[in-house]
Design a protein around this ligand. Structure first.
Ligand code: 13P
Ligand code: SF4
Length: 402
């Protein structure tokens, strides 16, 4: 189905989510094509100068290597684990979103190039010094989950909740790293914090020491899985639907809850199912390892659950000859298979489904922004306003000091 038809059928779903749905159904070849060929894939790509559209992989690689050697330590390139191999091979460091935010905060280079998605580059910009520049190679590399929480809707929800819960220490907002700087700022300003998939448990414990309940944004699954692992019952959690008045909840439901989950999700991770787990166990006697953005049934039926860095560490340290079915993004699964030839590794979902927004960091964009730096131009320079930065920084620093 085309994006237009999908939009007609699902008018309230963000366009990035519809693109992800269409991309999952159609993409099967992960070989890096020219940008011109990639433009046919139906997702939004940032316009780039014509000269980059037809460059071959070899020409791009040569250009990036040349720029890297000329720019030397002025440059620090971070690569999230979901980036394609043709981008990862040019990165100085790789990691999950927590590790990369720590590394970005410690970087000394003048130019920090973030090969990841927009909210990660924004976080790096918040944590970097004023004389450093953070660059995202393709400005269309967002996150469909982050797009499910809009600052106006979140502010309205916060106002409704504050009017309902009048006494002190009633609620603390926690936002997953996968959210805009505005939402991080709202959390910082209201005594809350940011978390990543590797710090979510600590963030919940921190919040429950200070308040009776948590508002968790925007991933309902990570929020539910984390709260459940801390012993909170499912009937103590409610879902806030931003398209309904008062989130679709009564005052009593809010007052009786311990966790209010924003109605957001990741469409890459919600594709994994318990049937796939059963098949991987029956057919291959596989160990099952998944990311906590998967649904609670999938997480509960898995052997291991954790962030992308946890998945990389667990597989790298596993015994030779073991078999692993992985519930996360396909570029990471393929790289793990490539780097662990002594183990059998495959994706839980037999349909190839890359994260459509991570995929937008094509190596030609990396070359383009590097050429810009050499010419004295800051292409795709990420900037966060000073007021938002101040409060978002509070929320991120609370996470970093957990
Ligand atoms: P990690 O923090 O585990 O890298 O996850 C980020 C992400 O976007 C997963 O979809
Ligand atoms: Fe966002 Fe999901 Fe992609 Fe992660 S995998 S960046 S949550 S859309």
């Amino acid at each position: 189905m085309s994006i237009k038809e999908l939009k007609k059928k699902n008018p309230v779903i963000p366009i990035s989510e519809l693109e992800q749905m269409a991309f999952c159904q159609t993409s099967s070849n992960l070989r890096t094509k020219t940008l011109e060929e990639e433009f046919q894939s139906g997702v939004r790509w940032q316009k780039a100068p014509t000269r980059y559209l037809r460059l071959s992989s070899e020409e791009i690689e040569q250009g990036i290597k040349e720029s890297r050697s000329i720019l030397g330590d002025q440059l620090f390139i971070l690569g999230h684990h979901y980036q394609r191999q043709d981008v990862i091979k040019h990165s100085d460091v790789q990691g999950d979103s927590y590790k990369l935010s720590v590394l970005a905060s410690q970087a000394k280079a003048k130019h920090i190039i973030f090969c990841g998605v927009h909210f990660m580059a924004e976080t790096a910009e918040i944590l970097s010094a004023d004389d450093q520049n953070v660059i995202l190679p393709n400005m269309a590399a967002g996150c469909s989950m982050a797009d499910m929480a809009d600052i106006e809707d979140v502010q309205e929800a916060w106002n409704d909740l504050s009017e309902t819960l009048l006494e002190k220490n009633q609620i603390i907002p926690i936002t997953y790293m996968n959210s805009t700087a505005d939402i991080k700022s709202l959390c910082g300003q209201n005594g809350g914090l940011v978390c990543t998939s590797s710090t979510a448990e600590k963030a919940f414990k921190w919040a429950f020491k200070r308040a009776k309940r948590v508002l968790f944004l925007p991933d309902q699954h990570l929020g539910r899985n984390t709260a459940k692992s801390l012993g909170i019952r499912l009937d103590e959690m409610v879902v806030w639907d931003p398209f309904k008045k008062m989130g679709g909840l009564t005052k009593d439901q809010i007052k009786n809850s311990r966790v209010i989950l924003w109605k957001g999700h990741c469409s890459v991770h919600t594709r994994f199912t318990t049937d796939q787990i059963q098949n991987a166990r029956n057919d291959f006697d596989a160990n099952i390892i998944v990311h906590p953005e998967c649904t609670t049934e999938v997480v509960d039926n898995s052997d291991y659950v954790g962030s992308t860095e946890f998945i990389v560490d667990t597989i790298s340290n596993a015994s030779p000859g073991t078999t692993w079915a992985i519930g996360t993004e396909i570029n990471l699964v393929n790289r793990l298979a490539m780097n662990n030839k002594d183990k059998k590794i495959f994706c839980l979902d037999p349909v190839v489904c890359p994260c459509a927004t991570m995929y937008r960091i094509h190596p030609a964009y990396l070359l383009w922004v590097l050429d810009g730096i050499r010419a004295g131009l800051l292409i795709n320079h990420i900037k966060v306003s000073p007021q938002v930065k101040k409060n978002a920084n509070k929320a991120i620093e609370r996470m970093l000091s957990l």
